[in-house]
Design a protein around this ligand. Structure first.
Ligand code: ATP
Ligand code: ATP
Ligand code: MG
Ligand code: MG
Lengths: 165, 165, 165, 165
């Protein structure tokens, strides 16, 4: 169930339509401080259904929408899509590709779609349930997640074992 | 449900010893259920002691040792239930040079099952990736991709660029 | 007490702009009293925007930008009340190469007032120190000092050690 | 008010009597993960009067005492002393040197001394009050302090301004 393509448009600092093609193995993402690397990790977590604004380092979820710069006006929406290879059939759908997309508008409301057909968050969550890719799963790791894995409040660690069971 | 959880827990526990010893080149570690009589609710406790040190609570470990312990646990979970892909955001920052090497070797061991996207400032990690994406803000405040470099098959020496390239 | 606090606050505020612009090579920043009518109790708010970006709450800043902003505030405080010495434990870890350079230049600007002890894994920072202490655990679990190296006056090139030294 | 010498004995991983001579300018401390570098920063903070076990990364303050290794027995005490140069008269005592020491025993009780004369914690705190060196002052910076400087709960930031006033 390989991640083939990530597309961002209006998500955080990615004002323009931007496409990342991913391949097998190890892909490094490099660049100077503040250039937008962690925003890519946020975009993946968001497209997988993340509901907490704090996990996007924001106070409100609408802060994921491009807020403008000294020379550009803010946008009114943010959109991210993830294209997976489903040849292995790991996701229980007939298609050999899974195109998962999420869109949010400044005045509120989130839209989800699976293979370009509108659906609800619940549909996304139940589809991803056994793949290890749920929004809270252990597939995006940064400093706060390291602390969670080791934290004394062990109930967060417990949920990782449940996810793996 | 109880049997499934206990079986998963035991599998992660024995994997944890393997991944921990490969990252720490020895030492001892363990995970235990705080309340073994109630596996479905019990917290999970971690103990870790690098080579020659007394077994201790994990909060006395150093910054780098904590990161390595968390990574060992993460990969022990992956051995039980592989995640199709994994994003690691600057997890190599607290590590010294030789531990960055061991971290990279662990990625190599897992890269056939899991696709890795590694965000890093560390030249050692950059050089060991299969692909490198650069992100930039040529226009202030707006992120874009600079280009993908195929570091290619490890065993083929990279042609030395003509100086000044 | 009120006048003293207000005078200190204004001094730190104008220093903050100077240290911030030297670390970020431009951009804008500010600190404000949340409740200016009650300076002795009011919270202190920080705003920061790197070059070309919109002024934003500091939680949207990247990992490296947050560290640089905190260091700018710290040194703005030192300009008002120098601390005889300062220990910095791996504060350079989130910084990219050019920001490590700016961090080092800031240390140089202050090293005549303040003695710095900098714990680091970054070769760039190591090389710019005046003295280097190595710590080791030759006996597992027991720390000892390996030796002090005088990197000495910057302008005198180090004698090249005979190879194998 | 330069820090001239730091002596540790039985403090965390420094089982043997260890002496650091510090000089003007920038001193780098380097070494592999877990070798004892941050324990040096902890020792300085502790000798300045730190009362919170959590600031020593422990659960109980007695965890600063060397707990033994696979080959060494635990010690029954920990001792740290800081020797400052007081030629500038910044600390209101007649002597040109200030030797600040703290000792703790495994069965409890902390001893403080100034220039080898026993004193109370209150004496140490009032002596250091205006030097910028109080235990909670901003002279020891690591990742959690960076977060404190930027934190939304601004009362911690406020206390830094008061310290500078
Ligand atoms: N909604 C938004 N609109 C525009 N820009 C945004 C938005 N949210 C965040 N940003 C910008 O994204 C930048 C941070 O990007 P990010 O955290 O990805 O950096 P990074 O490449 O990970 O840097 P570092 O190496 O320091 O971790 C901030 O400077 C901020 O200006
Ligand atoms: N009371 C104690 N007795 C013996 N050893 C201790 C004690 N407290 C802490 N330690 C040891 O100190 C080590 C951590 O040291 P420290 O945090 O200084 O490492 P460090 O050099 O900062 O490493 P890093 O580069 O990873 O941050 C732990 O591995 C622990 O075993
Ligand atoms: Mg980042
Ligand atoms: Mg450390």
């Amino acid at each position: 169930m390989r991640l083939k393509t990530l597309r961002l448009h209006g998500f955080k600092s990615f004002a323009d339509r931007t496409t990342f093609e991913f391949r097998e193995g190890i892909t490094a993402i490099i660049g100077s401080n503040g250039c937008g690397k962690s925003n890519i990790a946020d975009a993946i977590r968001w497209a997988l259904g993340e509901q907490r604004a704090s996990a996007m380092r924001g106070a409100k979820m609408e802060e994921v929408i491009f807020q403008g710069t000294a020379r550009r006006r803010p946008l009114s929406f943010a959109e991210v899509s993830l294209l997976f290879d489903n040849q292995s059939g790991r996701v229980p759908i007939p298609q050999t590709e899974l195109d998962l997309a999420r869109k949010v508008f400044r005045e509120g409301g989130s839209e989800y779609s699976l293979n370009r057909t509108a659906c609800r968050l619940r549909d996304v969550q139940s589809l991803l349930r056994d793949t290890g890719l749920g929004a809270n799963a252990y597939s995006i790791i940064e400093a706060t997640m390291i602390e969670t894995l080791l934290s004394d409040r062990a109930e967060e660690r417990r949920s990782l074992f449940e996810e793996a069971a | 449900a109880r049997e499934v959880f206990e079986a998963t827990f035991d599998a992660v526990r024995s994997n944890f010893t393997r991944t921990f010893q490969s990252l720490f080149q020895g030492g001892e570690c363990d995970i235990r259920l705080a309340d073994p009589n109630d596996p479905l609710e019990s917290a999970v406790e971690i103990q870790a002691s690098p080579l020659g040190k007394r077994t201790q609570r994990i909060h006395l470990l150093s910054g780098g040792e904590r990161t390595l312990t968390a990574l060992a646990l993460l990969f022990a979970l992956y051995l039980v239930k592989p995640s199709p892909f994994c994003v690691l955001d600057e997890v190599d920052a607290p590590l010294d040079e030789s531990n960055v090497g061991r971290f990279i070797r662990l990625l190599y061991d897992f890269k056939h099952e899991t696709q890795f996207v590694v965000i890093t400032h560390n030249p050692q990690t950059m050089e060991s990736a299969d692909w490198v994406y650069g992100v930039t803000m040529e226009e202030p405040g707006v992120s874009s991709i600079v280009g993908v470099e195929l570091l290619g098959a490890r065993d083929v020496p990279l042609p030395t660029a003509p100086s000044g390239a």
